[in-house]
Design a protein around this ligand. Structure first.
Ligand SMILES: O=C(O)CCC(=O)C(=O)O
Ligand SMILES: [Fe+2]
Length: 289
């Protein structure tokens, strides 16, 4: 005889659900655990998704602060000077925009440091995945036809040195940064225009937003000279940055009210000749866990 399936949740289960979502558990795993406890699977999935959506909605006060066009304040980066001095290297500002905040920086990594990062990444490359906005799962999609690797070895001296320098350039604590992420593009590979922040309207991002909050700024360091094309493009600014070994592009896109700057839309244009290597640092509002 078929057992009746539960379609109502006890307070205890509600607390368990919130704790699971806090931990960033995948919806499929949560639903599987509920089904094993005799919840109706379809009902469980709808309930979990609704709860996730509810939790991601801003409070009325936050929603009011976030309304309206993006309000530009003082940039986090000190890019109004010609140089940014760090503890081990002086970086030159080659170009700056105020709205949105974008800066092109020279001499961020030495040529040897670029080669060292490529060597660390080469053995770990995987086809690039992106987070699904709906389910929060990692997925490989054709809008990102590159290969990537997170360099998360905390004991590697080169990474320690570069992570500290990057934090000083970005004027952010080291602990707010995700691990350095390296991308490799062959001929024809590209990364279609996107925002680096997570759109809070997408329930699939709730899990990653728990890990230090929203992304607020990005530094993309070019690890080689690309023979032809492969620019970093900002379609809303009609701006295109040609990769140059050791140089970087910086941009920021979240202000103190939590507004998100849509003008930060950017992508990696297809490489036409040669190959392209970049190292990206994404920085969060809080400590990245
Ligand atoms: O390769 C590029 O120029 C863009 C990379 C990028 O958008 C990213 O790493 O977030
Ligand atoms: Fe990006």
């Amino acid at each position: 005889m078929a057992m009746n399936k539960h379609t109502r949740m006890s307070e205890e289960w509600e607390r368990w659900l919130d704790a699971s979502l806090d931990k960033g558990c995948r919806i499929t795993d949560i639903v599987a655990a509920m089904a094993a406890a005799h919840y109706d699977a379809a009902w469980a999935e709808a309930t979990v998704r609704e709860r996730q959506l509810q939790r991601s909605r801003p409070t009325p006060e936050a929603a009011a602060a976030q309304a309206g066009p993006y309000r530009y304040g003082t940039p986090t980066i000190r890019h109004r000077n010609n140089t940014i001095v760090t503890s081990d290297r002086t970086v030159r500002v080659a170009m700056r925009i105020e709205q949105p905040v974008v800066a092109v920086l020279d001499d961020v990594f030495s040529p040897e440091e670029c080669d060292g990062v490529v060597a660390l990444a080469r053995v770990r490359l995987q086809p690039s995945a992106t987070l699904s906005p709906t389910t929060g799962e990692n997925q490989v999609k054709d809008h990102r036809t590159s290969q990537g690797a997170f360099l998360d070895d905390a004991d590697e001296p080169l990474l320690q040195r570069l992570n500290r320098r990057i934090a000083e350039i970005m004027h952010q604590p080291v602990a707010h940064g995700e691990a350095l992420h390296v991308l490799h593009y062959g001929v024809g590979a590209e990364y279609k225009p996107h925002h680096d922040y997570f759109d809070p309207a997408n329930p699939g991002f709730a899990g990653t937003l728990k890990r230090g909050g929203q992304r607020v700024a990005t530094l993309i360091v070019y690890l080689n000279d690309v023979e032809e094309a492969g620019d970093t493009v900002f379609p809303k600014l009609a701006l295109s940055i040609v990769p140059k070994k050791g140089s970087a592009v910086y941009f920021e896109y979240v202000n103190g009210d939590g507004q998100l700057d849509e003008a930060s839309l950017h992508g990696g244009a297809p490489v036409e000749r040669g190959e392209k290597w970049v190292a990206t640092k994404w920085v969060r509002q809080g400590v990245f866990k």
